[in-house]
Design a binder for this molecule. Structure first.
Ligand code: NAP
Ligand code: MG
Length: 452
């Protein structure tokens, strides 16, 4: 049996050693999930809701433990980690409202009655990355379970601990055996089996655009349903008429949260030329003020990167010719640290403007007018999120409609609420998670005509 060492990225110490699931065990788990699906879809809606509510309560009762696990495993700040565990609880409570509300339609027809059903798919495979191990897992398994599916979930190899604990809590809460299984293992083994095993009827994948394309191609062979949440290169657009002080004070948190390892990171700041210099003057103290350090410390705002190799990848974006405007701080000693970094690329083709760095690096560029801002914002293969800072409500609406991205915020940087839809345009993804229609992504609509 293969094992993996789980490392604390803030200390480089081994947290624990974990056994990895192999191909045969993955097949066995998928087949268990397939058998469990027969009973789970028959559980009365009110009972399925109650079980999900109990699961939510178990998460809440263990919130601090889950948060501490994430601090140790992923280097998330304790404040973020508590929010993330709370998000799992809230997604489960939201999902618990689904079973009794999964309404079909009655459609007028001649000679009979026509009704629709939202049937569960069967087994759903959820593949989770290391950047937000808890929320991304729950956005998949919560609504999938609520709609009557069983779930096999593969956490990222680097960050399996909270997912494993959530699997235990589901059982403690009374979910039947085989309904929700967590399978720590390699992407190329466990994740691939979700794609190729015919009993898995849908794959929900969050991660790199590169692997996402492979997953989609693999799923095509069986016309398997797929939801993809991939990378981003989101724009934070600051107009001259905005509250510049607030825009500059908040910009670091729109990109450096989770050390920039966030698909929604606003990693390009577009500033109207007339206020460009003033904005940079205001941005500098804000960036220098970001508190980088021990993620277990309540006052810390940014922790380390996930691994040594990821830090090397982030660092490779800064070349000798890169114009660095200023940087924030980083602690000395062990840990995969990288300081908040502000760069001023000149050519639109610069990698820092086109590729996802997935670290605390932000590029600031100037634009002329509204049309120019929209053009630059859309000059990317991605389209996940973005922010617009302006005090002109008409402009806020026009630019919101013009930017090709799934999740925008005006005079704010928040993109995620479990009751609003989340997902990407263009190569940032396919399909939507969360929001009022979350469960429909885990069902097939069946139409039945009954003759009089
Ligand atoms: P990744 O390779 O896309 O990994 C994401 C998940 O997919 C992990 O659970 C991974 O398992 C699994 N996986 C990998 N190869 C697979 C395959 N062939 N079939 C099925 N599953 C597979 O991402 P990464 O290597 O961790 O990160 C690389 C870059 O991707 C980052 O630097 C960042 O730019 C981007 N990224 C984006 C997001 C996002 O939220 N949009 C999240 C993470 C990363 P293993 O853990 O075993 O590899
Ligand atoms: Mg990878």
């Amino acid at each position: 049996m293969t094992t993996t060492q789980v490392v604390n990225p803030a200390t480089e110490q081994v947290v624990t050693t974990l056994e990895l699931v192999g191909a045969d065990e993955t097949d066995a788990a998928i087949e268990r999930a397939q058998r469990a699906a027969v009973g789970w879809r028959e559980v009365a809606p009110g009972d399925r809701a109650r079980l999900l509510r109990r699961f939510a309560e178990a998460v809440d009762a263990n919130l601090e433990q889950l948060a501490q696990l994430e601090v140790a495993n992923a280097g998330h700040t304790i404040g973020n980690a508590r929010w993330e565990a709370g998000n799992v609880r809230d997604v489960l409570h939201f999902a618990a409202g689904i079973p009794e509300r999964l309404l079909g339609s009655q459609i007028p027809v001649a000679g009979g009655v026509d009704i629709t059903f939202h049937e569960p798919l069967g087994v759903v495979g959820v593949i989770v990355p290391w950047n937000f191990p808890m929320p991304i897992a729950a956005w998949g398994f919560g609504p999938a379970l609520a709609a009557g599916n069983t779930v096999v979930l593969k956490p990222a190899e680097l960050t399996p601990l909270t997912a494993v604990r959530l699997g235990e809590l589901a059982l403690e809460a009374g979910l039947p055996d085989g309904v929700f299984q967590v399978l720590p293992g390699k992407g190329a083994v466990v994740g691939q089996r979700f794609v190729t095993h015919p009993a898995v009827r849908k794959v929900v994948f969050t991660g790199s655009t590169e692997v996402g394309k492979e997953i989609m191609a693999g799923c095509a062979r069986q016309v398997k349903r797929v939801t993809l949440e991939l990378g981003g290169k989101s724009a934070n657009i600051v107009f001259a008429d905005a509250d510049l002080e607030r825009a500059a004070a908040t910009a670091p948190y729109g990109v450096f949260d989770n050390a920039g390892q966030d698909c929604c990171a606003r990693s390009r700041i577009l500033v109207q030329r007339s206020v460009f210099d003033r904005f940079l003057e205001l941005l500098e103290p804000a960036v220098r003020g970001v508190r980088v350090g021990d993620p277990a410390d309540e006052a810390t705002e940014m922790g380390p990167l996930i691994s040594a190799s990821h830090r090397a990848r982030v660092a490779s974006f800064i070349e000798p010719s890169t114009k660095v405007a200023f940087t924030g701080s980083q602690p000395d000693g062990p840990g995969f640290w990288y300081p908040p970094t502000v760069v001023l690329p000149e050519a639109p083709s610069d990698r820092l403007l086109t590729e996802e760095v997935f670290g605390p690096v932000v590029a600031v560029v100037a634009f002329e007018d509204e049309a120019d801002a929209i053009r630059i914002a859309n000059d990317t293969e991605y389209g996940l999120s973005g922010s617009i800072w302006t005090n002109d409500v008409g402009r806020a609406l026009r630019v919101s409609r013009g930017v090709e991205a799934g999740n925008l915020s005006v005079n704010s940087h928040s993109s995620v609420r479990y009751w609003t839809p989340f997902g990407g345009f263009k190569q940032s993804g396919l399909g939507r998670e969360l929001g009022p229609d979350a469960a429909l992504a885990f069902t097939e609509t069946k139409n039945v005509f009954i003759a009089n």
